[in-house]
Design a protein around this ligand. Structure first.
Ligand code: SF4
Ligand code: SF4
Length: 438
């Protein structure tokens, strides 16, 4: 049974630009820049140096603690190990590889038969997932082996997230249409690790072709249920999706495991299949390159490390882009340097034209309360904004600032164009800085 979470909005979907475009292999460029930070947690330390020869899929960075390794997405020669621009807006230590276009595969990459996979224990599977560098590919980039190990014995409901509620983005939609068997196979591995015999695949009702492709591969005896949910933004946010599927509310500050749930992105499931069956680490992903000024929006299978500049060239634009976002227009991050590379969490590059530049005439809050109705977290954005005047971390915390998921629903509905999300992002950072100082 599907539940409707509180609040939310219905922005123009704009998925028509790319939803019918088949995934195409992106031609490998001559130079790839592979950042050492592509996940939440400790960045990797480079394992290679300038002049080294690397093979495709070779581990080139790793670290202890909350970390997953990164791998070379092509074979070639290391041209540099140095800080390079990153989608986070910072400079990040990166390995720059000069592609030899030979695609020499790393000898560690060995496929496994079904029989071999069946013999693997949960521990061994989690280790394979870690060594393959798999993270949440919907954008969260949390290391998947950690999510799995921390869910052992606590999780009774697995949900695969195919909501993809952000406008323009159709990467997961295409993945489910074109790789349904691999996605389901990865999900079965997750079920085996967590010791569960049932799972949900949650999809919004605007993806009929993907739903049909999955249904054709699902066996009712295998315990996997496809839940079709009415489209509403931000259904893809973990807490909202859990409520929509189970009716359970994740408590403030809590993790999904607190209500027995674990959510995995559909691309993450396919990456798990590739790692376990093909022995292939996460070195490629589907990226939707779309926007209102694209000549030919595309869904591309892109090696990690390809620059945004190269993706823009691949789709062509009718005018100079006004804004290029890593992600979608609601939660994506505008990029100031298009030399930034595609990383594991890059599900989309959204290219917007000048017509999206409108003069934002910010006025005073008129106390209309629209932001409160829109907030899917049940927060009071108008009071949260007022608390930011004080700069007092305790006061900002008292209005549940840290529960804000920065979805932008409040700012989207605000008739006074109050820059709510910007203020909340800064306030959350101030609270964290104050906690760190203590
Ligand atoms: S950005 Fe934060 S406050 Fe605004 S609607 Fe989303 S969760 Fe609520
Ligand atoms: S929507 Fe904007 S104007 Fe209305 S109460 Fe919220 S902040 Fe104020």
């Amino acid at each position: 049974m599907a539940f409707s979470f509180f609040g939310g909005i219905h922005p123009k979907e704009n998925k028509r630009y790319a939803c019918d475009r088949q995934v195409q292999d992106f031609p490998e460029p001559d130079i790839l820049v592979i950042p050492m930070a592509q996940h939440i947690g400790a960045p990797c330390k480079p394992l290679v140096k300038k002049g080294d020869v690397v093979t495709m899929g070779q581990k080139i960075g790793d670290n202890q603690g909350l970390c997953v390794p990164v791998h070379a997405s092509v074979s070639g020669k290391v041209k540099a190990v140095e800080p390079r621009p990153h989608t986070s807006g910072t400079m990040v230590m990166s390995v720059v590889i000069e592609n030899d276009h030979l695609d020499t595969l790393c000898e560690d990459i060995q496929p496994r038969t079904q029989e071999e996979v069946e013999k693997l224990t949960a521990e061994e599977l989690m280790n394979i997932i870690r060594e393959a560098g798999i993270v949440g590919m919907g954008g969260a980039t949390f290391p998947t082996h950690v999510k799995l190990s921390s869910g052992l014995g606590k999780v009774d409901t697995i949900i695969v997230n195919v909501s993809e509620c952000e406008p323009f983005i159709v990467a997961d939609d295409r993945l489910c249409q074109e790789y349904p068997a691999e996605m389901i196979s990865g999900l079965k591995i997750v079920m085996k690790i967590l010791g569960l015999n049932k799972a949900h695949i949650a999809m919004e009702d605007n993806k009929p072709a993907a739903a049909k492709a999955l249904k054709a591969k699902l066996d009712p005896k295998e315990g996997i249920v496809l839940d079709i949910l009415p489209a509403k933004y931000p259904q893809g946010a973990e807490k909202q999706l859990i409520y929509a599927v189970t009716g359970k509310e994740v408590p403030s500050g809590g993790l999904p495991a607190a209500v027995g749930c674990a959510v995995f992105n559909s691309a993450t499931c396919k990456a798990i299949h590739d790692a376990v069956y093909l022995g292939m680490p996460l070195i490629r992903r589907i990226v939707t390159v779309s926007g209102d000024i694209c000549m030919e929006p595309k869904n591309l299978m892109v090696p990690i490390g390809v620059s945004f500049n190269e993706l823009l060239e691949a789709v062509g634009t009718r005018e100079n882009p006004y804004k290029v976002l890593s992600g979608g227009p609601m939660m994506g991050a505008a990029q100031y340097d298009l030399a930034v590379p595609v990383i594991k969490g890059s599900n989309a590059v959204t290219i917007l034209g000048i017509k999206n530049k409108y003069a934002v005439v910010q006025s005073r809050c008129i106390r209309c309360g629209k932001c409160i109705d829109a907030c899917p977290m049940g927060l009071m954005p108008v009071l949260m904004y007022k608390s930011t005047y004080t700069s007092d971390p305790e006061e900002m915390k008292s209005v549940h600032m840290l529960d804000c998921i920065e979805c932008g629903c409040c700012a989207y509905t605000c008739p006074a164009s109050v820059p709510l999300v910007l203020a909340f992002r800064a306030a959350k950072q101030r609270i964290r800085d104050a906690a760190a100082k203590k």
